[in-house]
Design a protein around this ligand. Structure first.
Ligand code: GTP
Ligand code: MG
Length: 335
């Protein structure tokens, strides 16, 4: 179908590629943003150290996984060695410290699923969320960043998909659609499945990096500089991959019985994971296995209404890639 698409439907493939690449480039954050993030992190480290000399701060999420677009908020994890601490108390104490150093809009959200302190730094203009001891997020951030170092097409595809999801309002977990993290995993899975593959399965290779976090062993091959020609046998370009991605999620994926799994580099069955029925609030209507917390389905937030919205959006996007005269405009039209 891919070849047919190029030959018959999209004789404008070269123009399309150039347009997608220029959208990708316009989304890449400029270097000075990195410097400002560093500056804020240094300030936070100074403040935190006074109260908790042993603690460390890590950046995670899109500011560190290389999938962050310009002007994103930053996610910071405060690692305090002691596992028995009371997170709410630490967050309230932290909020106090930050407040008295002129950081703005400081707010401790102690009852959120992931409890955090929010703040805005008036000097750099950056907003930031700080969580406590969420080291799995730091490790999955590294996994995503390492995948991004293998083939530039992952970063290109994920930027386009995230931009599409934000424009179409389907990047809102509180409304039952998917997180940015879930979309990036969907892109990695998709590129692992191309024939020939564009990405390997790092967790299926000899482990060169290994840590145990919350009793979970996180191990994978991380010498990705040795893999930079891995995808070379596959010559697909960004427009073809965007088309293929939406086509897969619109018409190729088996929502009834399949789970996508970056951990194994393949699709596994819902049966095997016992994700065939609703348990509590987890409905498993679209199944995306977390690479390390394997009992965790990132599609758990999706309900019977939002699954319909999502699938209609995938179909809309696939059809636009197939037929629309100007996909690069139409795809991102606000909903
Ligand atoms: P944007 O802020 O939208 O650009 O993307 P982001 O990559 O920062 O994603 P998001 O804010 O959704 O999540 C931040 C980070 O938290 C992710 O990169 C993951 O490391 C982690 N994370 C988010 N959701 C989950 C989850 O459900 N499970 C786990 N284990 N980690 C998560
Ligand atoms: Mg974020």
């Amino acid at each position: 179908r891919n070849l047919k698409w190029q030959m018959e439907c999209r004789s404008d493939i070269y123009r399309l590629n150039a347009q997608f690449l220029s959208i990708y480039e316009s989304l890449i954050p400029p270097e000075e943003e990195k410097a400002k993030q560093k500056q804020l992190l240094t300030l936070l480290e100074k403040l935190v150290c006074k109260e908790w000399p042993e603690a460390r701060l890590y950046l995670y999420g899109s500011c560190a996984n290389s999938f962050g677009v310009s002007k994103s908020d930053i996610d910071v994890c405060l690692a305090i060695g002691d596992a028995d601490i009371n997170k709410s108390e630490v967050l309230l104490k932290l909020a106090d410290i930050l407040q008295s150093d002129n950081l703005q809009n400081v707010q401790a959200l102690t009852r959120a699923r992931v409890p955090i302190v929010k703040l805005m730094d008036p000097v750099t203009g950056i907003s930031c969320d700080i969580c406590i001891n969420n080291l799995l997020a730091v490790v999955n951030t590294k996994l995503l960043r390492d995948y991004a170092g293998i083939d530039v097409r992952l970063r290109q595809l994920a930027f386009i998909v995230k931009h599409w999801a934000k424009s179409r309002g389907v990047n809102e977990t509180y409304q039952g659609t998917l997180s940015s993290y879930a979309y990036v995993l969907m892109c990695i899975h998709f590129l692992q499945q191309r024939k020939p593959a564009i990405l390997p399965c790092l967790q299926g290779m000899r482990a060169t990096y290994s840590v145990t976090v919350d009793d979970k062993k996180c191990a994978f091959f991380d010498q990705v500089e040795n893999l930079c020609d891995f995808g070379n046998r596959n010559r697909e370009t960004i427009a073809q991959l965007v088309w293929g991605f939406f086509n897969y999620w619109a018409y190729g994926h088996d929502y009834t019985s399949s789970v996508i799994s970056v951990r194994t580099g393949s699709v596994i069955s819902k049966l095997e994971k016992d994700w065939t029925r609703r348990v509590g609030n987890d409905r498993h209507l679209i199944c995306i296995e977390d690479p390390f917390e394997t009992s965790h389905d990132l599609g758990r937030v999706v309900d019977k209404f939002s699954i319909k919205v999502l699938r209609e959006e995938f179909e809309r996007a696939a059809d636009i890639m197939h037929f629309a005269p100007n996909p690069c405009v139409k795809l991102f039209e606000p909903y």
